[in-house]
Each structure stands twice: as C-alpha cells, then as structure tokens.
Design a protein around this ligand. Structure first.
Ligand code: AMP
Length: 282
C-alpha cells in the first residue's frame, strides 16, 4: 500500500495518474474503519483503476470538543484492513497542520438551506467544516468518482450541492448503510458503547422500521408522537431529533405531498455518544 502523511508527496504521486486520465475513486473517512467504510472502498476498487482513501479526523466539523477528543483513532488497524482489501490502495493520512496550517478554521458555505436543518441545526458549523475538508480533498486528489454513505444522507446531499455549486468535475456516489448483526447502523462511534448499550441501540433502527410501516397509513403528527414516546420510555436514550423530510429539500414536514420522496432521520444520545440513522419511506 502507498501511504502519504503529507499532501505534497501525495499530489506529486497523483500528478502523472491524473495526466494519464486514469480513473480515480476517492473514499474520504475519519478512520476507525468498519465494514461500512470497507464497502465504499470496495465499490471504488470495482469502478476505478486507482483508489484513494483518506483518514483524517477533521477538527472543524466537530462542534463538541469532547466528541473530537474521544473520537476513536486506530490507524494501525485501519492500515491492516485496507491492505487486506487491496495492497494497491493509496492512503492519505495527513496531520491537522498539513491540511490547515496554523489556522484550523472552516470556510463559510451556502448550501441553499440544506445546512440549516437536522444535523446542521443541532451541530452548528458542522457542514462548514465538512464543506471545507471535502472541497479541499477533492481539489488535491481530483477523483473521477467519490463515495459517500447514505448513513450521513444530509452530508451526501450537501456534498452533491458543493460539487454542483463549485463546478467540481467529480461524480458523487451514494452507498447503502451497512448494519451490525442487530441492525444498528455501523459507526466508528459504536466502539465507544458498552456491550449492553450497543445491543439496546437496535431500538433506533427498529423504530425507523416501524415509522416506515406507519408512514403508509398514519398522519405524520401521530408518527412523531410515537417516536417521542418510544424514546421517553427508554431512559438510556435521549432523542435529539426525529424528522420526516423531503429527500430533496431536507425540510422536515408535518404533511405528506404527492410525488415527493420522503425519508425519516433520527439522532439519539446514548451515554453522551451520538448516533444517527435514516430510512427511505416511499
Ligand atoms: P466517517 O468516517 O464516519 O466520516 O464516514 C466516512 C464515510 O463512510 C462517509 O461517507 C459515511 O457516510 C460512510 N459511512 C459511515 N458509516 C457507514 C455505514 N454504516 N454504512 C455506509 N456508509 C457509512
């Protein structure tokens, strides 16, 4: 595997590959790799000649310093997992200074309102941090395709908007959510849960499945109440938000409209560890 800890040698390595018009697939991650990440990487391997994976815990997208400090960092294991998948993968694992220099601050973006709801509302500045790092990485790596998980569906829509508004020549590919044996969405943060919390957290996806079933026949207000009550009755969980939103605008709604695609979105705290999930409803 080719590992680069700085952008200058990475750019030098990629330059002839870009000039030769070879296809480059790019998978940005924050590491602590699990099967969800590996599925994205595999898809990139299948669809491109070259695959670049980045591992960078991006400080500017964390609104909570404790979450940033406790974010799992497992570079040695990550390198082993990537090598087992394919020894030709290019790994970019820069330092904060290499990316930001002395000023670890984000740019300000206008994502036409996609940034103001749900994750954006509850994590102020989060999507400016995401926009800053994704734009920067796309500019230096110049991939043909970049792969993002539907687990972070709002992020996926925002990255598509970022690319469209800045005319970045890359195709953004959304990939399905990988789940643990109990259907909990895989996440690097799951590592921080106790065995009991991890098992009980299956309630998040079970609730979303119930919501999907109810979506057919019940009004949305009743569904919102059902979700609130479910988490009120489970005291180890603290529901931050639940929303049913149109997939395009991501605006949470109380009434269904014909010919629109809807999704349910949820964020839950378990022992101060924040978990999110989403499901398509129609
Ligand atoms: P992260 O390391 O959490 O920033 O995630 C890196 C990429 O992997 C993002 O595009 C995520 O949406 C994606 N991802 C994370 N967890 C999953 C999962 N369970 N299934 C599919 N994709 C995921």
């Amino acid at each position: 595997m080719h590992i680069f800890f700085g952008k200058a040698p990475l750019i030098a390595h990629l330059r002839p590959i870009i000039s030769a018009n070879s296809t480059i697939g790019f998978v940005p991650t924050m590491g602590a790799l699990h099967a969800g990440h590996l599925a994205l990487i595999q898809r990139s391997l299948d669809e491109n000649k070259i695959t670049v994976v980045s591992i960078f815990v991006n400080p500017t997208q964390f609104n909570n310093p404790d979450d940033l400090a406790k974010y799992p960092r497992t570079l040695d294991e990550d390198i082993q997992k990537i090598t087992e998948l394919n020894s030709e993968i290019i790994l970019f694992a820069p330092s904060v200074e290499d990316i930001y220099g002395q000023n670890t601050i984000s740019q300000t973006f206008d994502f036409d309102g996609l940034e103001n709801v749900m994750e954006g509302k509850f994590r102020p500045g989060h999507f400016n941090g995401v926009g800053t790092i994704v734009k920067y990485l796309l500019e230096i790596i110049q991939p043909t395709k970049a792969y993002f998980g539907e687990k972070d569906f709002q992020q996926l829509q925002i990255v598509k908007k970022l690319v469209a508004k800045n005319h970045i020549p890359v195709t953004i590919i959304g990939c399905p959510i990988a789940r643990e044996h109990n259907q909990l969405a895989m996440s690097s943060r799951n590592e921080r849960l106790s065995a009991e919390e991890r098992e009980k957290a299956s309630i998040i996806y079970q609730t979303l499945l119930e919501v999907k079933e109810k979506f057919e026949k019940e009004d949305l207000k009743t569904i919102y109440q059902y979700v609130q009550k479910t988490f009120d009755n489970n005291t180890i969980f603290d529901l931050e938000y639940f929303a049913i939103a149109d997939e395009e605008s991501l605006l949470p709604c109380l009434e269904k409209e014909k010919n629109k695609k809807y999704r349910a979105f949820i964020a839950v705290f378990v022992n101060n560890i924040r978990l999110i999930d989403t499901i398509s409803l129609n």
